[in-house]
Design a protein around this ligand. Structure first.
Ligand code: URP
Ligand code: ZN
Ligand code: ZN
Ligand code: ZN
Length: 471
């Protein structure tokens, strides 16, 4: 099968130029002009950008959490992702203490393989380090292609790991070529503050934010960075929400440490005041770390622009307002943490970032796709439009206007965190390995067509190209 996308403007992390893109057998076969090949199909992309498909490095699909299970599974979640311009997700595989890691990975394969409509990989949660785990991790890197491990510094008595676990994970990752990811909040301090608030009768959603202060995130971020330096290892801090954490990442990077940071759309456009919405609506905006005071948004934008933060993840972790978020009525600590973001990550970032002049169009591609591919062992198969790369392409109308709403979104959840926001720019068609998943804004993909991605080992030299400041 050969397809030719004509007349579009190809945009990568480095370039922007008008060209035709020839696709053969799922790969980009040639980029140029005036092809005389016989093709099965010609797609006219006049007036549109051709972006490499977005890569979402942070999703929680069909994940048990907070006494319930996230509302979007690998089918609804990846369909919504595709509508939004994302063609690869890397999901967090949870593990249980005392159970072989292999079993947890198999569970995640069972959930995803007949459902995903785009390609996907897994990060693996590490909650304990012992002889069994140390024996298993190298095989998992080698055979399963899982080259990133997640350690939670928060969620005490649930996911939280201690510093020894984090440190030994960092050492193992260094030795075998993996990247350690942390959820950085001081779980002990947060746990104390939550209990204190509840004992004082403070039960509303806003106390979720007030009991998880920015200092708790900054402290854990700094601690993780220090341990990374001590282990001479590599660290990726997920969902950075505030100046306190950015400062710690910046300081570590100035010292030459291999520390990277991700932020999420919610921290760039929403703020703590959303948690004060009446009638328990604040619960819709409960995730961890919490939304911050508005001034933090400028700090995050500047860090993305200057390269101190490298990527944008969604932290997709959707719960319905009715039936799930309301588990926390009368006790904010029981509100399931997380929100539905997978669909709007890409176009919201284009609209707020490129259209509003905060970042360049090349930085946009770098932050939502290219750098993520480089950090997580997927480049250049994913993350760019180049000869030989997978034909994961978003045909994007930069001038289309749209209002975000739960009435029109495709996530399996009864609210949208960005309800009513107007955005400029919209994916029209989306291809995964050369096949349409979205065509003229309609879903035409097939559950089960998404392939599991075995990822390459973390390489400092590849990741370092993600440190370059592109202006
Ligand atoms: O509130 C959040 N972020 N939920 C998802 C789990 C996590 O901490 O990433
Ligand atoms: Zn063919
Ligand atoms: Zn987290
Ligand atoms: Zn998360």
């Amino acid at each position: 099968m050969k397809k030719l996308i004509k007349n579009g403007v190809v945009v990568t992390a480095a370039d922007q130029y008008e060209a035709d893109v020839l696709i053969e057998d799922g790969k980009i076969a040639a980029i140029g002009k005036n092809f005389s090949e016989n093709v099965d199909e010609i797609i006219d992309a006049k007036g549109a950008y051709l972006f490499p498909g977005g890569i979402d490095p942070h999703t929680h699909l069909e994940m048990p959490f907070g006494g319930t299970v996230t509302a979007d599974d690998f089918e609804t979640g990846t369909i919504a992702a595709a509508y939004g311009g994302t063609t690869t997700v890397i999901d967090f595989c949870l593990t249980d203490k005392g159970v072989p890691l292999k079993n947890s990975i198999q569970k995640w394969h069972d959930k995803s393989k007949d459902k995903a409509v785009i390609d996907y990989g897994f990060h693996l949660m590490v909650s304990e380090v012992n002889e069994n785990v140390l024996n298993e991790l190298p095989t998992i890197i080698e055979e399963d292609g899982i080259t990133s491990f997640k350690v939670f510094m928060a969620y005490k008595n649930q996911f939280m790991a201690d510093d020894e676990t984090l440190f030994r994970t960092l050492l193992t990752a260094k030795e075998h070529g993996a990247l350690v990811m942390v959820h950085a909040e001081n779980g002990d301090v947060v746990d104390f503050l939550v209990k204190k608030a509840l004992a004082e009768g403070n039960t509303d959603p806003i106390y979720h934010a007030l009991t998880r202060p920015p200092e708790a995130e900054g402290e854990a971020t700094g601690r993780a960075a220090a341990l990374t330096g001590l282990a001479d290892s590599q660290l990726y801090v997920v969902h950075v929400s505030c100046a306190d954490a950015v400062e710690k990442i910046e300081a570590a990077r100035k010292k030459g440490l291999h520390v990277y940071g991700e932020t999420c759309p919610q921290y760039l456009v929403l703020d703590q005041s959303y948690l004060e919405k009446p009638n328990f609506e604040g619960a819709k905006y409960v995730w961890s770390p919490p939304l911050r005071e508005k001034w933090n948004q400028d700090v995050l934008w500047n860090a993305l622009k200057s390269g101190q933060l490298q990527t944008l993840g969604s932290d997709q972790c959707s719960f319905n307002f009715k039936g799930q978020k309301d588990l926390g009525k009368g006790d904010f600590s029981k509100i399931p943490n997380g929100g539905p973001i997978i669909e709007d990550r890409f176009s919201l970032f284009f609209s707020e970032g490129v259209k509003k002049g905060r970042i360049s169009i090349n930085q946009f591609v770098d932050i939502v796709s290219t750098r993520i591919a480089k950090l997580f062992g997927l480049f250049p198969q994913k993350g760019t439009i180049a000869v030989g790369s997978d034909a994961d392409i978003v045909i994007f109308d930069p001038n289309a206007e749209r209002t975000i709403s739960a009435d029109t979104h495709h996530m399996n959840v009864d609210y949208n965190a960005f309800e009513g926001m107007k955005v400029t720019g919209e994916p029209i068609s989306v291809l995964s390995r050369g096949e349409f998943v979205i065509r003229d804004k309609a879903f035409v993909g097939n559950p089960g067509s998404g392939q599991y991605l075995k990822r390459k080992r973390f390489e400092r030299a590849t990741a370092a190209t993600a440190q370059k400041v592109l202006q």
